[in-house]
Design a protein around this ligand. Sequence first.
Ligand SMILES: Cc1ncc(COP(=O)(O)O)c(C=O)c1O
Length: 302
Amino acid sequence: MSTEATPGFATRAIHAGQPPDEATGAVVVPIYQTSTFAQAAVGKHRGYEYSRTGNPTRAALEQCIAALEGGKHGLAFGSGMAAEATIMQVLKPGDHTVAVDDLYGGTYRLFRRVLEPMGLSFSFVDGSDLKAVEKAVTERTRLVWLESPTNPLLKLVDIQAVSALAHARQAVVVVDNTFMSPYFQRPLSLGADIVVHSATKYLGGHSDLIGGTLVVNREDLFEQLAFLQNAIGGIPGPMDAWLVLRGLKTLAIRMREHDRNARQVSAFLVEHKKVERVFYPGLPNHPQRELAARQMSSFRPP
Ligand SMILES: Cc1ncc(COP(=O)(O)O)c(C=O)c1O
């Protein structure tokens, strides 16, 4: 349900950050395919000066994804990995990260092969085992990196419980929400500090772009990450930002269809003679069914 003050998810996906274009009235955000913006005098501009620092098409995407995740600030990147690599730049040599053990392979590769040799350290634990997560957190832990559900075993992490535990040790909680999309799960509302997406997947939705986003509520984290986005420069071009915006307009109906299909496929597989076990949190006998119902809105769409 939505009220006038808080538009519903599908309405936010179409309109958040996308008022009609001031110059022309265009109802779809134009693709501002420009590197540089003219200034009336040195340092006197209308909010944009150079497209690595800020671009109106990208800004619309950043506001839209923030509205969908229920967060204050969004940042867009040229890929999910660029978003992840930028987050990891908040750490310093000696800092420790606890991550779930069946992470997306590219994230694992970034951690082990790029960041470990630069002096960061990592522990990989079963995120569905709260005690194991607690045990892995040390005095040097600055970050806890979660995926829920994990791929391919669809193990769930209790985001609320892990966030409480991490915050008690002043660690920042990152959730890679690619697999659920904000339609089915909003980690910031469960206590996470940073939500990251490969926009290449459900957000874009048409297999025609590579992109990444992140969303935060905390002002200090936003300042740090926005600084790093500009300093490192892993941004998307205006065309790709626009393609994600177009994809987002149908996110709600696409996710409802995915949910319907997944229920049918899992029901079919459960009955199949040759299938020994089905991993799907929507099944009544899934060991984390209660957590799934509490933290994800699939199986009961919003
Ligand atoms: C869960 C997850 N996170 C991050 C990424 C990385 O995103 P990208 O391929 O857009 O760099 C992927 C890509 O498959 C993914 O599946």
